[in-house]
Write a protein that binds this ligand. Sequence first.
Ligand code: KPL
Length: 304
Amino acid sequence: MNISIIGAGAVGRLWGCKLAAQHTVHFWTRDNCQQMAIHLSGTEATDSITQETSFQFDANQPALLANSELVLVTVKAFQVEAAILAIKAHLNPDTAVVIMHNGMGSQQTVLELLPDNPIIYATTAQAAFRPSEKDVRHTGLGPTLLGGINPQAAEYQALGQLFDNALPPCQWQDDINLPLWRKLAINCAINPLTALHNCKNGELAQSKFNNELTGICLEVAEVMSAEGYLVTGAELRQQVDTVINATAGNLSSMNQDICHKRQTEIDYISGYLIARAATHNISVPHNQSLWQAIKDLEKQYHDQ
Ligand code: KPL
């Protein structure tokens, strides 16, 4: 298959290298480079298809984008609209578009911008980071789930296998919103707290964070249940604890964004939860104050 990856962050680069074992991969990035070199390292256990660690990709070629059967958008949630606007003119209306980002809240915009294309959302627990310009390190293994959000995507279940072949485990979901909500709960709990306390994920296992984590999970469970996804706070708390332990040595993406004075995904994580809570008249004070604290931090460095 001809695949274009939109966005050359750590996750886009990781998937690009993995998909390249069986497909032709082209990157679309914000700079105008025509070629992109990537060196992949880490979690070698998954390199069963190819032992290759150095990759060379074509980049930013409108003809290759137009010829793509699959487009994987890996930019941050707040960059999705601009990314789609940038590629829309070159995109074939039959091309399947997979959107993979932390948080929720971009779906309506994507459906409006691309009314004809099959639209699929994905959530991944695979972790990667970029120690330098050309390097990407695969730092954590975990499942990837994907599923369609419009009728045109109904026939695309085979993408589950395509992604599984590249970087397992991966599964197609009939209702992708349930895994997206579950991942949102994890991000509502881990991301703002690790950013505010400037700590690794594992440090949230200390007892001083216990009440706060429980409070966040109870609020997310109430909103999820109101949205039709019945779940208890205890269930979400258990899931959050599992991720805290499994990623104990990692710095969350929001921690890194704050450290590098970059815009965070808070509006699509706690902000999305708060917006959905408001439509159900549910009060979410824990999530509200975390959202405010991160907004205050972002404002400080924007004012500098
Ligand atoms: O998704 C993550 C992130 O950092 O954004 C978690 C699951 C918290 C792992 O670090």
